[in-house]
Design a protein around this ligand. Structure first.
Ligand SMILES: [Zn+2]
Length: 339
């Protein structure tokens, strides 16, 4: 007898809950409307009887994220007709802080503002961000299909993209070795195309090896396995179109164009390293100084004027880079296995 009663009680719970729900909906007299999707994001309009936790559950988003997405939202005081942002129209990223990260750099990298970063990460104090901590960012930058897996020396590449083979600003020497992540290809092409467009008379620039379509070991290289590395010729004054790989000295580099190329990647915080023969760095450094780049940035971006053996600086010496430079782009935030 006891067992049977228990069974009835258990069975009764769901239907009772359902009945209460129906009664509540009846009392409200108005069913929730579906969220409205716009370019600025996805929005939901509050109806009578809504609570934030119900909305969150219904739309499968966390209450915490709802609070982060809606500046000034008080979770206990929703009003009927209030418009809530329930999807950002942006991508949610958890950025793990690494040495060298600052709010300004993260804002630049994710195309957001510093006040936004502060709002999304309310526990952050001042400008200090602690290494190893995960920061929440809603970035307007798209995710990509390509995946860079592992590190540059032992990794591989999935869903690679190939450099455009007929582009007015660049010359691709080996199409079979011209694969990278979506970001590598677009960052490389966009920057070279910008120099070409903004500085009339710019010759095409030879791009040699990136990675193979599947990544992995590439003959003649230690890295280039994961779609984030590229070997590219230097701009020289009067090079016969296109500018190809050729060993050059300090007076042979076209510093204004070369710096115009590097500056785009450095300012957008897209590169981990640019290997440039030590003897060629001074001309680029002086170009940067003449354009008014501030001392902190010079210090972080250039190995020069430190000595050749000092490994500091994004633009730094590596043997055998007198006839081309090597650029390694950062892991994209959607590449979780990229090292
Ligand atoms: Zn290389």
């Amino acid at each position: 007898m006891g067992t049977r009663w228990l069974l009835v009680a258990v069975l009764a719970i769901p239907s009772l809950a359902g009945a209460q729900d129906r009664a509540a909906n009846g009392a409200r007299g108005r069913a929730p409307t579906p969220p409205e999707i716009t370019e600025e994001g996805t929005f939901y309009t509050v109806v009578s009887g809504d609570t934030l936790s119900e909305i969150a559950e219904r739309l499968q988003i966390s209450v915490d994220d709802l609070v982060l997405l809606n500046d000034g939202l008080n979770p206990d005081r929703l009003s009927v007709g209030q418009r809530l942002r329930v999807g950002s129209g942006r991508r949610r990223v958890e950025h793990r802080v690494v040495p060298g990260d600052t709010l300004a750099r993260l804002a630049m990298r994710y195309r957001v503002t510093i006040p936004e970063l502060r709002r999304w990460n309310p526990r952050m104090r001042g400008d200090a961000i602690r290494e190893g901590r995960d920061l929440i960012v809603f970035t307007p930058l798209p995710a990509s299909l390509s995946r860079s897996v592992g590190n540059a020396n032992t990794g591989h590449l999935e869903h690679a993209r190939q450099l455009p083979l007929h582009h007015p600003a660049l010359f691709v020497r080996a199409p079979a070795h011209a694969y990278g992540t979506d970001e590598t290809v677009s960052w490389l092409v966009d920057a070279i195309a910008t120099v070409h467009r903004e500085m009339p008379g710019t010759p095409r620039l030879e791009v040699h090896d990136l990675s193979r379509e599947e990544g992995g070991p590439l003959m003649g290289h230690h890295s280039h396995t994961s779609g984030r590395d590229a070997d590219v010729a230097y701009y020289r004054p009067n090079c016969n179109e296109p500018c190809t790989f050729r060993t050059i000295g300090p007076s042979d580099i076209d510093a204004p164009r070369q710096w115009a190329l590097f500056r785009q990647w450095l300012e957008a915080d897209r590169v981990e390293a640019i290997f440039v023969d030590y003897r060629l760095q001074r001309a680029l450094y002086e170009q940067a100084v003449s354009e008014g780049v501030d001392r902190h940035l010079l210090n972080r971006w250039f190995q020069y004027p430190r000595e050749e053996g000092n490994r500091y600086g994004i633009i730094r010496h590596h043997p055998r880079h007198a006839n081309h430079f090597h650029v390694r782009f950062r892991c994209h935030d959607s590449d979780e296995e990229c090292r």
